[in-house]
Design a protein around this ligand. Structure first.
Ligand SMILES: Nc1ncnc2c1ncn2[C@@H]1O[C@H](COP(=O)(O)OP(=O)(O)O)[C@@H](O)[C@H]1O
Ligand SMILES: [Mg+2]
Length: 271
């Protein structure tokens, strides 16, 4: 479990980016941290692997205070995928990019080979294994960044805006990847603006406003609370909005669910 207890953080220029965040991330859970640009999402997740340390309060990762552990120690458990892959990628080839952290963590060579192949296939990157990450598109770079972290199978996988530059098909693959990792006991924590994706994934949602958690609850609850979303400068997913206008309760969240509902209305058999 990761515990954030009354965490305050101030940047050197005096910006108060976190103002008393208390949050509990259970083992094998899924959390989406949402809020407008500048609300403190990135600052929050950088506390999970000790990249940033609270100026007040504390962060405990499986009981380990992040102030008393190194980022290297914490990273083994808490793998962070940065928002901008250009800040993360540095190796000559995609393959080396994925292998590098594994070498650092001391995995034996055969295991490294196995995991690199696994991660390349998982993120559909096998064709690019010998290419330079810098030669890839934004969306592909993002997938390399994800592959390089997933490869060491951190207990907590933390991703900053993982859907940036991904089309709908890729997003569905990402959703399936998260489901697979959860079945294997991992926790997923993602920062996202993408209300559609958060609704589709049905993660628990934490709404961040001005460095404070305004609301925390199941996606179904938070992403249909129009007034609450407005305070966080977000709008409800289109499906939710449509079914709210139709006054359908409980809110419909998934495309398949909406399809069933509409087919039933039209008196047609389910596909
Ligand atoms: N390195 C930095 N130095 C000073 N202020 C920063 C720095 N990084 C972020 N901030 C400020 O901290 C606040 C929270 O930023 P951030 O955590 O990046 O928000 P988000 O990820 O939600 O967009 C913003 O006001 C932002 O301008
Ligand atoms: Mg950010």
């Amino acid at each position: 479990m990761i515990l954030m207890e009354d965490v305050w953080f101030r940047y050197e220029d005096g910006t108060e980016a976190l103002r008393g965040v208390t949050l509990q991330i259970e083992d094998n859970s899924a959390l989406a941290v949402m809020g407008k640009s500048g609300s403190g999402k990135t600052t929050l997740i950088k506390h999970l692997n000790g990249l940033l340390k609270p100026v007040k309060g504390r962060v405990l990762v499986d009981g380990m205070d992040t102030r008393e552990a190194t980022v290297a120690q914490l990273s083994r458990k808490v793998g962070l995928v940065f928002q901008n892959p250009d800040h993360q990628l540095f190796a000559e080839t995609v393959e080396e990019e994925i292998a590098f952290p594994l070498k650092n963590f001391g995995f034996p060579p055969e295991e490294i080979e196995k995991r690199v192949d696994w991660a390349l296939n998982l993120l559909d990157l096998a064709d690019y294994r010998h290419d330079s990450p810098l030669s890839l598109s934004g969306g592909e770079k993002k997938r390399v960044a994800i592959a390089s972290v997933v490869a060491w199978k951190p207990k907590y996988l933390v991703l900053d805006e993982p859907t940036l530059g991904q089309d709908y098909g890729r997003k569905l693959e990402l959703k399936r990847l998260f489901e697979k990792l959860r079945r294997e006991g991992h926790s997923i924590i993602m920062v996202t603006h993408d209300v559609e994706f958060a609704a589709e994934c049905k993660f628990k949602v934490a709404l961040l406003v001005d460095g404070q958690i305004l609301a925390l609850g199941p996606a179904e609850e938070i992403l249909s609370a129009t007034e609450l979303l407005k305070k966080a400068s977000l709008t409800a997913p289109q499906l939710v909005e449509l079914f709210q206008r139709l006054e359908v309760k409980p809110p419909v969240f998934e495309v398949e669910e909406a399809e069933r509902f509409i087919l039933k209305l039209a008196g047609k058999a389910q596909p």
